[in-house]
Ligand binder design. Structure first.
Ligand code: ADP
Ligand code: ZN
Length: 546
């Protein structure tokens, strides 16, 4: 009834104001907290910084006050539990966590408080909940009617299609089976349609109401540049856009630079430091104490640059990160969105900058091919990588593409590179056909496949040692692409890989073969357009078309 609904809404608002000191709910929060307080199930998709925590913290308090007992929050990260419990205690809410950082004495004290009904919120890691001991304790509470709510944070961890699959999350369906009738809320900041369907399926959330917030982060400016000398490009980017002189001192904004490998993280951090920037490395190979120290400094001090693998970032709430830079291609759009999303949580303008090149594409492809995963899994991963490549190669609005991937429509944003400086494009279908024929001829002539560099040498008519050794100067495709530069050919190759016309054979030294998409391009059924590169003043004459 509407009267009951508004009574719930009032109780929620009261908790928000009195306990948390905020005047009003944001976005879908009001609806979510009322739905949950009244005992409904919910699936919440909300971007990072959107305010997911309050979605279960407020109902937890409302329901505890109504005598319904404990809310259990499942969280994958110790650091995150620690921060949240700290903040709740400060607000006067009885909260605690159970995880491997506690001594046995500390843990049994938390268990005592949980069983005595003192606690409003208990945070626990999924593997902890799954223990027979913990399940028995929850059972005791359940039988007394003192188990009020389950909140499953970072719910995408349940899906192997997500970017952070954690097998322990699979076991969480037991909460529903063992304790039917206890409302549940699953929350995530990243879920494409596939992951989302998987969350519903795995956690049996078919009855849950879905609350999907806008994923747009309007203050983030997306930019993807072609990788040339990525370190110099990064330095220029930071100097131009994220440095200032204050009281005669050069200062930099806080930022995160993502690299794929640990070694590169260390290299880049050292290089940035050598250029006078305050940069710290972070990756899973550093010892725990150093990681903690670097993370603490990044959170506390101004103007630090964290150079990190994706091991860094989840659950880190630093509002004034002004830029996130990628020196390597993420695995997929969800990863890209998640990582860039760490910029500008305070709503102030921030940059998401990425340098990427042909080598990234080849490397990511071959990583998938070389992985021991099942074919079905690899196929999904390839599809996800292709979607990211299409975003990277796009000459239209990046935001429209990004949001489109999450099923959200959008208008061109005026805050991405392509909107701000629409690239000129030219029809490169003819050049694409030359490239594909060249791959075909080489394969035919030499039986084997060759890598990108060699194919481009043949197209450009370069009489290298390797070309002569294989007699490739005699191929009909030798020198037919001299009008284009090396970087145009590379960019064309990226496009063709993105649309599966060219296939990178990761098992054979990343050699190139024709892919299933080649036919449509060769037959002229599909056109290929390329961005006009700045050094090419006009479209290359022989390939330009009206
Ligand atoms: P998420 O988990 O979705 O990334 P958080 O729950 O950490 O986001 O919230 C992000 C920030 O927004 C926090 O500092 C939080 O206190 C603040 N916040 C959330 N909801 C509100 C609100 N209704 N009013 C004011 N601040 C809010
Ligand atoms: Zn745009």
């Amino acid at each position: 009834a509407p009267a009951a609904q508004s009574a719930t809404a009032n109780r929620c608002l009261q908790v928000l104001q009195e306990v948390f000191g905020y005047p009003a709910f944001r976005g879908a929060q009001a609806e979510i907290v009322a739905h949950l307080s009244d005992g409904g199930d919910a699936l919440v998709l909300m971007p990072t910084g959107g305010g997911k925590s309050l979605c279960y913290q407020v109902p937890a308090i409302v329901r505890q006050r109504a005598g319904l007992g404990l809310t259990v929050v499942v969280s994958p990260l110790i650091a995150l539990m620690h921060d949240q419990v700290g903040a709740l205690l400060e607000a006067g809410v009885e909260a605690a966590y159970l995880n491997s950082s506690l001594s046995p004495q500390q843990a049994s004290e938390v268990e005592r408080r949980m069983l005595s009904g003192e606690l409003t919120l208990l945070y626990a890691a999924p593997e902890r909940l799954a223990t027979a001991r913990c399940m028995a304790q929850l059972q005791a509470l359940y039988e007394r009617g003192a188990l009020s709510l389950f909140a499953i944070d970072e719910a995408h961890c349940v899906s192997q299609w997500g970017h952070d699959f954690r097998p322990d999350y699979r076991g969480l369906v037991a909460l529903h089976e063992r304790f039917p009738g206890v409302p549940r809320i699953a929350l995530t900041a990243t879920a494409d349609a596939l992951t989302r369907a998987d969350i519903v399926e795995q956690l049996r959330l078919q009855q849950a109401r879905a609350f999907v917030s806008s994923f747009d982060r309007p203050n983030i400016r997306y930019r993807i540049v072609e990788k040339k000398d990525s370190l110099q490009q990064l330095l220029r980017f930071i100097e131009r856009e994220h440095s200032s002189v204050v009281n005669g001192q050069r200062q930099h904004d806080a930022g995160v630079v993502y690299c794929q490998s640990r070694r590169k993280v260390e290299d880049v951090a050292a290089q940035l430091a050598a250029h006078g920037l305050q940069a710290l490395p972070y990756h899973a190979g550093l010892d725990a104490a150093m990681r903690q120290r670097h993370q603490d400094r990044f959170l506390r001090e101004d103007g630090l640059i964290m150079v990190a693998t994706i091991a860094f970032g989840m659950g880190i709430d630093k509002p004034d990160v002004r830029f996130v830079a990628h020196l390597d291609l993420p695995k997929n759009i969800e990863g890209y969105y998640q990582e860039t999303g760490r910029a500008g949580r305070d709503g102030v303008a921030a940059n998401a900058w990425m340098a990427y090149g042909l080598q990234d594409v080849i490397q990511q492809r071959s990583l998938i091919d070389a992985s021991p995963a099942a074919d079905e899994f690899k196929q999904v991963m390839r599809g996800k990588l292709d979607a990211l490549l299409a975003l990277a190669e796009a000459s239209d609005c990046r935001r429209v593409r990004l949001l489109g991937y999450f099923g959200q429509g959008a208008q061109p944003c005026h805050n991405c590179d392509n909107c701000l400086a629409p690239p000129q494009t030219w029809d490169a279908s003819e050049a694409a056909r030359k490239l594909l024929s060249c791959i075909f001829r080489v394969q035919q002539a030499s039986g084997g496949a060759f890598g990108a560099g060699h194919l481009i040498d043949i197209l450009r008519g370069k009489l290298t040692e390797k070309v002569q050794q294989h007699g490739h100067q005699r191929l009909s495709t030798f020198g037919i692409g001299a009008e284009l530069g090396e970087s145009e050919w590379r960019s064309l190759l990226r496009q063709l890989i993105a649309r599966t016309a060219v296939w990178v054979d990761g098992a054979h030294f990343n050699t190139l073969r024709l892919g299933e998409g080649a036919r449509a391009v060769l037959k002229g059924e599909q056109s290929v357009s390329l961005k006009l590169q700045t050094h090419t003043r006009t479209a290359p004459a022989s390939t330009a078309r009206a």
